[in-house]
Design a protein around this ligand. Structure first.
Ligand code: GSH
Length: 240
């Protein structure tokens, strides 16, 4: 029995986390029998981050480790048909999306004064109302510190927009006009890119990064194509 533990819906997204969405897409694509469980407090996750997978009592925390675990479980089906070059490009795109663009997405939600109230209501609804601003404010300080340590947080807003545009352009140039990154069917690397971009394109209300992504229409089409192929969407069904 497989159970995927993810963040609950927020910001108009049924699955608000790109990492959780990637794992859900992969499990679905592999036609594995699994259930989804929502955990609003990532501190309760084994490594303090979501998603994690429970496979008959065995806990696998981190979407990439989940990918490796599922590859073992399916006798190598996750990477079947991918050449070493495909994999090297896939890993590079994954790092771009998950270790660079992701942090700009986080900043666009958490560190924008105008947008932050959505974080408070979307992520801290479980905290008692009087404590909510305090708890959210403490979490926000950690996000600010992490963004600074990453390095991106040291740049001006205009420079951050430039970094984001170069990331978006690179993803758009990698994404084909038809089909998927490496084959006629999507792979885990498509789930990674589309999972990340779904959270940027479909975030509601729009963040400054959502607005910045609007001109990247080929990337938008590709993101929708991947989600439609696997039948797993980040956004709420009512806005499909
Ligand atoms: N490398 C991890 C990243 C997971 C991650 O950053 N998850 C976010 C949600 S999108 C989280 O749980 N953040 C909570 C925190 O950092 O406190 C993976 O691939 O699973």
């Amino acid at each position: 029995m497989l159970e995927l533990v993810t963040l609950p819906p927020a910001f108009g997204m049924r699955n608000v986390s790109p990492f959780c969405l990637k794992a859900e897409m992969l499990l679905t694509d592999l036609e594995l029998d699994f259930t989804l469980r929502e955990e609003p407090d990532p501190r309760k996750a084994p490594k303090g981050k979501l998603p994690f997978l429970i496979d008959d009592g065995q806990i696998v925390a981190d979407s990439e480790l989940i990918t490796e675990h599922l590859n073992g479980l399916t006798q190598g089906r996750v990477y079947a048909g991918l050449s070493a070059t495909d994999k090297s490009r896939g890993v590079a795109l994954t790092r771009l999306a998950e270790d660079h663009l992701y942090w700009i997405m986080v900043a666009s939600r958490w560190l924008d004064e105008k947008w932050f109230p959505n974080v408070v209501s979307g992520f801290f609804g479980i905290a008692p109302a009087p404590l909510r601003p305090l708890v959210a404010g403490m979490a926000r300080r950690q996000v600010r510190q992490t963004y600074h340590l990453h390095g991106l947080g040291r740049h001006t807003p205009e420079e951050q927009r430039g970094f984001a545009q170069r990331d978006l352009q690179a993803l758009q140039d990698a994404a084909p006009a038809d089909g998927f990154l490496f084959a006629a069917v999507p792979s885990v690397y498509d789930f990674c890119v589309a999972g990340m971009m779904a959270g940027i394109f479909d975030n509601q209300p729009a963040t400054w990064l959502t607005h910045l992504a609007v001109p990247y229409t080929r990337l938008r089409d590709y993101t929708d194509r991947v989600q439609a192929h696997v039948g797993v969407f980040g956004r709420e069904p009512r806005s499909l």
